[in-house]
Design a protein around this ligand. Structure first.
Ligand code: ZN
Ligand code: ZN
Length: 153
């Protein structure tokens, strides 16, 4: 895994962390949960290995979010400004979905792949890469797609 050192933070700045490894996937999620959480048309889902999130300082708390059906996820927020920092699902506890907008520096990466396109806003232009109507059955589909994406140079 390629080592990097990119600082990240919550909106109020009390929580700080360092992303210590390159992401293993970066895609757009058009599900209604991501729309509600982000206040935008989609979530920028950056998947990293759990150990890539390093040097965490400041007041964090993990919450359990119940989704429709049986689905749940575990999300870490700043307790002061309530910014969502990262989260994970019980199926893949070794992978974190990082709030890419919290990184101080752009990694120079463009998202590749889209999921939950069936609830996408009608004006959205999808990112290049695969489009899944819902969550793909293969939970690692986006990780595989990212690894196999064409070089853009
Ligand atoms: Zn904060
Ligand atoms: Zn989503």
């Amino acid at each position: 895994m390629q080592k990097i050192s990119v600082p990240g933070r919550c909106r109020c700045g009390r929580v700080r962390f360092v992303l210590g490894e390159e992401p293993i996937a970066f895609y757009l999620c058009h599900c209604t949960d991501c729309q509600a959480e982000s206040g935008s048309a989609f979530g920028q889902s950056m998947a990293v290995r759990a150990e890539a999130i390093q040097s965490v300082e400041g007041p964090t708390r993990e919450h359990t979010i119940e989704h429709e059906g049986e689905r749940r996820s575990f999300v870490t927020h700043c307790t002061n400004c309530l910014t969502m920092l990262w989260g994970y699902g019980p199926e893949l506890p070794q992978i974190r979905g990082l709030n890419a907008g919290g990184l101080d520096a752009s990694l120079g990466l463009a998202p590749y792949g889209n999921m939950w396109t069936r609830s996408a806003q009608p004006w959205v232009r999808f990112a290049p890469g695969p489009c899944f109507e819902q969550q793909p059955d293969d939970r690692l589909a986006m990780v595989k797609a990212w690894a196999e994406r064409p070089n853009d140079d």
